[in-house]
Design a protein around this ligand. Structure first.
Ligand code: SAM
Length: 353
């Protein structure tokens, strides 16, 4: 009895439904802003359940829009919910919701790509990285056009323990296009294995929770949507700077169907390409005839360690970009670029961990 009384106290007082709010404020979805609303509160409750227990939690919701998911988060008993919404049209409806949940909902009109999430919550909720995650969650039904830059930014934040991860191993529960969600969680040798799979999985435990059919959204997108949960790992599986891992993985996966040495070769200037590729593959003890999709994360770690070793030995190597070399060749008609051409580049040192 006491428990249900307590639960009841989280619940919002009667409010116009999300559908009524949309009509009230004339909130037509803007396709250019990838706005697809979830009005079925059973589905928004299901997303929230996959975030884990939110009792007394601090939460940042990305793109609350008309506030369906926001209501489910509030009903889960959070202590403090910060919502960041870019479109001003939604702010009055969100303010109404904030009045119905006194002291628990903070509405920010802003852009999540630039918002300082490292400042939004009290410092005392921080947990040391090695301990359990803090009681802070990020939840969002993201616009598709923002999900890619945002997840890449957050993965870099995880590697550097900055942004929302300055509080510890903050968990994320986010929606993506189904195909993107599958790439995030794809295992070695699967069809969807990609650069994104490696970047996400070397830093986090990534779990594909469930799929929401496109028809559940208003208006319906052409594609289905996957809900993905991330928990940053205590110990990243690759212990090299994010930018170095990102460069290696980008090069390895650029020729998806070819042997992995093909992409690795492109890390090196033409003049020393064959020699340094062989040295790197041998040092990493990785079979050069494996396809990028067949590489395990421990093998990519060995490659990253070998590449970092070469970058330390050959100053300037890290800043080498083969596309840039091709562009220069094109401009100058030069056939070969000696490694010396890269040795005095001030940005050439690998980033420090
Ligand atoms: N959460 C709502 C729901 O589930 O019905 C709306 C989801 S809709 C797919 C995405 C929301 O994100 C929209 O309200 C849109 O205005 C907002 N948005 C788009 N870009 C944004 C950005 N850069 N920062 C914050 N919000 C953004």
């Amino acid at each position: 009895m006491a428990a249900s009384g307590k639960l009841a106290s989280f619940r919002l007082p009667p409010l116009p439904t999300v559908g009524e709010l949309i009509k009230l404020y004339n909130l037509r979805a803007e396709r250019q802003l990838s706005q697809n609303f979830l009005l079925d509160l059973r589905l928004t409750d299901k997303i929230v359940r996959h975030a884990g227990s939110l009792r007394d939690a601090h939460v940042c919701e990305v793109g609350p829009g008309p506030g369906g998911l926001t209501r489910s988060i509030l009903n889960a008993g959070v202590a403090d919910l910060l919502v960041v919404e870019k479109d001003t049209r939604f702010i009055p409806g969100l303010k109404l919701l904030s009045e119905a949940a006194p002291g628990r909902l903070r509405v920010v009109h802003g852009d999540i790509l630039t918002h300082r999430t490292d400042r939004g919550f009290p410092a005392n909720i921080s947990k040391p990285w090695e301990e359990d995650p803090p009681n802070l969650h990020i939840i969002g039904n993201l616009p598709f056009n923002v999900s890619t830059p945002l997840i890449i930014k957050w993965l870099e934040n995880i590697a550097n323990r900055t942004g929302p991860f300055s509080y510890g191993r903050t968990r994320l529960t986010l929606t993506f296009q189904k195909e993107f969600a599958e790439r995030l969680t794809a295992s070695t040798r699967s069809k969807q294995r990609s650069r994104l799979s490696v970047m996400a999985q070397y830093l986090c435990t990534v779990h594909n929770c469930f799929t929401i059919p496109g028809r559940a959204f208003v208006p319906s997108p052409q594609v289905d949507v996957g809900v993905v949960h991330f928990t940053p790992l205590v110990q990243p599986q690759i212990q090299q700077p994010f930018k170095l891992v990102e460069k290696l993985v980008r090069n390895v996966f650029q020729f998806r169907r070819k042997h992995c040495h093909k992409g690795i070769e492109m890390l090196f200037p033409t003049a020393c390409r064959a020699e340094l590729t062989e040295e790197m593959m041998q040092k990493a003890d990785v079979d050069p005839t494996l396809r990028p999709t067949e590489l395990t994360i421990p093998q990519i770690r060995a490659l990253a360690d070998a590449y970092a070793h070469l970058c330390t030995r050959e100053p300037g190597l890290f800043s080498y970009e083969f596309r840039e070399e091709n562009r220069l060749k094109h401009l100058t008609g030069q056939r070969k670029t000696p490694i010396d051409a890269f040795t005095d580049t001030p940005t050439g040192a690998p980033p420090s961990p």
